[in-house]
Structure formats: C-alpha cells, structure tokens
Design a binder for this molecule. Structure first.
Ligand code: 5GP
Length: 183
C-alpha cells in the first residue's frame, strides 16, 4: 500500500519571498502544488489551470455551493479557494501536497483540524517588505498601501503556524523550509 502523503501549508505576506520559495520547491518531483480557484484577473504570463483556475464570480459561487473547496477566502477584493479533489488524490498517491494560501484560509484549516505542516515565511521587517513590493513594480500605490496593511495584519497570525521562517536570505530560508517539510 502506498503511504499517505503529507499536506504542507505555506503562507506569508505578499513580498515575503513565499512565492520564490515555492517556485524552487516546484522543481522537486515529490512535490505537487495545489492549483487554487480564483476570481482575480489573470496576470501576464499566468496560465489557466496551471497558476490558478480563473473563475467568474458565478463560477466560484457554484463551486462553493457544490462544496468543492477545502477552504476559501477573500483577499484584496478577490476570492480564492483550495479544491478538495486534487488534494485527496495527491495524498492518496503519497505525494507532498503544498497549499500556498493566505492567513484566513489557514485559520479555516486549523478550525477544521486539518492535519499538516504549517509554514509561515516572514520578511525581516515591514520596511524591507515595502521595498520588495515596490521593486517588483506590479502594484499601484493604492494596492501597495493595501498589501502593507494586510501584511501587518497577517504577521500577527504567526501563532497559527508550526514553523515561522524569516526570509533574510533566500537560500537559507529555502533550506529551512525543505528541512521542516522533510525534503
Ligand atoms: P495572488 O493574487 O498574489 O496570486 O495571491 C494573493 C494571496 O492569495 C496570496 O497570499 C496567496 O497565497 C493567496 N491564495 C492563493 N490561493 C489561495 C487559496 O486557494 N486560498 C487562500 N485562502 N488563499 C490563497
């Protein structure tokens, strides 16, 4: 019998380097990433079904009504949700299944007692976080202000996680993430 896989939840404020850490993890063949559903607009270079399943509000509501989500949340005015079916399949096949989600979603998973390894990637400081978001050049001033406000709020949720990893240096942070998830 195949051993059941493990669920890994990775969160962290926008700009903390969570996405970069996850990009490196994606290269590991033992790892499968959850493809979330979202109502946000597709960014340049994103592919439907690979980065996200891009849904309309009505499509998202319908999936919610069919109870297809393990958790779902609204973030910065857009809706996001983790689909149950691919996760069940990956865990049954013994894979490491990674959810890259925000804090409200993690809260729902904890409330439901979902077993997993919960990892929080944090920036060295809020000032450094602001610098990184600006350097990325993808957001308007209003979005930057929103993201910083959300980040400050999110940093308070660190107690939800088993491991809080400070991303002062990407290679070091990545090595630590690998270690805590057993890769
Ligand atoms: P972005 O729009 O920048 O891709 O993602 C915004 C935030 O939503 C990020 O913190 C990302 O981790 C989170 N997110 C992505 N998919 C999901 C999901 O399925 N559920 C929840 N709760 N958050 C998600």
């Amino acid at each position: 019998m195949t051993q059941r896989g493990r669920l890994v939840v990775i969160s962290g404020p926008s700009g903390a380097g969570k996405t970069t850490v996850c990009r490196a993890l994606r290269r590991d063949p033992r790892v499968q990433f959850s493809v979330s559903a979202t109502t946000r607009r597709k960014r340049d270079g994103e592919v439907d079904g690979v980065d996200y399943r891009f849904l309309t509000q009505a499509g998202f509501d319908a999936a919610l009504a069919r109870d297809e989500f393990l958790e779902s949340a609204t973030y910065n005015g857009n809706r996001y949700g983790t689909l149950r079916a691919p996760m069940e399949e990956a865990l049954a096949a013994g894979r490491v299944f990674v959810l890259e989600i925000e804090v409200q979603g993690t809260r729902q998973l904890r409330a439901r007692g979902v077993d997993g390894i919960y990892v929080f990637v944090v920036p060295p400081s809020l000032a450094e976080l602001e610098r990184r978001i600006r350097a990325r050049g993808q957001n308007t001033e209003e979005e930057i202000a929103d993201r910083l406000r959300i980040a400050e709020e999110e940093l308070r949720a660190k107690d939800l996680y088993d491991h809080v990893i400070e991303n002062d240096d990407l290679d070091r942070a990545l090595a630590e993430v690998r270690r805590v998830i057993g890769l």
